[in-house]
Design a protein around this ligand. Structure first.
Ligand code: NAD
Ligand code: LMR
Length: 325
């Protein structure tokens, strides 16, 4: 069997990192064949041809073929995964939400194209910023695609928080379980270690509240900006890696006793208004995610979640005003 995976913005920085790893089996596994459907703007088709040449030259045994397109309805035809990366990145001094006007319409058009031509089992992952609200726009324009198949990326934030906690307590990243990111992929996001375990021990027994408030939360929430300041360009390899982690977990599931963070269409859980695309702790079994129910949330985390929800509500108003909803 060959699975078709679309990558938008495939000649961009993230796309370039993503395509080769997926072609080599990092998403579907070493025994599955993947067909890459690469979408770019007409102006970037020359660069995309170069990406395709390099993919060919890698002679990946897991790569069944590569199709290039500058039309979303061609690229998305029959795809089971749509990795929506192509969008403008922010520069220094910008917040991700500042990109709504520039990027929102991309996700209106791509949502409509997915509605028209994607495979019945399509799973959509929005990486392009502002990812949560772009996913909201795509979902609106793809009304027959189940809401459970439309998501946005907060796995990069999740991975950043796992790495930071592991480093703090001197553990390996594989020892950290049950990390949670709530809310928006933005400066208001809520990294939450209240339920995390390190080597089976509750994280709150290993780190104090001051470190969580003064180091973990701001460092993770501002990591994207720190990378832009350092590199002069936004995160790319780590964003590609997190996009693969997200989609792979969605297919292969979370490990027993663990969960991950995904921005998904809210069902009203944890006071997040129904329909907003917000990050939650989720388990995944047989390709279906489920929000982890019944977690206790203290007042500090509750206030942070409420601020992030308020930002998502505001972004929804902005895309309404732009005529995208
Ligand atoms: P980039 O500028 O290097 O590449 C973007 C590519 O998208 C370009 O090649 C461009 O031609 C293409 N593109 C633009 N509009 C398109 C369209 N309508 N259809 C198809 N392709 C289109 O940017 P990048 O560094 O790859 O970042 C891409 C996006 O991902 C940005 O919005 C960035 O902010 C976001 N991002 C998100 C996360 C996350 O965790 N959610 C992490 C890093 C970056
Ligand atoms: C990130 O978190 O690295 C990305 O969203 C890029 C950005 O603008 O910060």
């Amino acid at each position: 069997m060959v699975t078709s995976v679309a990558i938008t913005g495939a000649a961009g920085a993230i796309g370039y990192a993503l395509a080769f790893r997926i072609a080599s089996g990092a998403l579907l596994g070493p025994d599955e064949q993947v067909r890459l459907r690469l979408l770019e703007l007409p102006s970037a088709m020359g660069a995309l041809e170069g990406v395709a040449m390099e993919l060919e030259d890698c002679a990946f045994g897991t790569l069944a073929g590569v199709d290039l397109a500058d039309d979303a309805r061609v690229a998305f035809d029959g795809v089971s995964h749509a990795l929506l990366v192509g969008a403008r990145p922010r520069g220094p001094g910008m917040e991700r939400g500042d990109l709504l006007a520039a990027n929102g319409a991309i996700f209106r058009d791509q949502g409509a194209a997915l509605e028209a031509v994607a495979a019945d089992d399509v799973r959509i992952t929005v990486t392009g910023n502002p990812a949560n609200t772009n996913a909201l726009v795509a979902a609106h324009h793809a009304p027959s695609i189940p809401r459970s198949r439309i998501s946005a990326l907060t796995r990069l934030d999740h991975n950043r928080a796992v790495a930071r906690l592991a480093a703090k307590v001197g553990a390996g990243v594989a020892d950290v379980r049950r990390m949670t990111i709530w809310g928006n992929h933005s400066a208001t996001q809520v990294p939450d270690v209240a339920h995390a375990l390190v080597g089976g021990r509750p994280a709150p027994d290993l780190v104090d509240a001051a470190w969580i408030a003064d180091d973990l939360v701001p460092t993770v929430a501002q990591r994207g900006a720190a990378i832009i300041a350092a590199r002069g360009a936004s995160s790319a390899a780590s964003a590609a890696s997190a996009t693969i982690d997200h989609a792979r977990t969605w297919v292969h599931g979370t490990a027993e006793g663990d969960w991950t963070s995904m921005a998904v269409v809210s069902d009203g859980s944890y006071g997040v208004p129904e329909g907003l695309v917000s990050s939650f702790p989720v388990t995944v079994v047989d390709g279906e995610w489920r929000i982890v129910p019944g977690l206790a949330i203290d007042d500090v985390v509750r206030a942070r979640i409420d601020a992030s929800i308020a930002e998502l509500v505001d972004e929804r108003e902005q895309v309404r005003a732009l005529g995208l909803l």
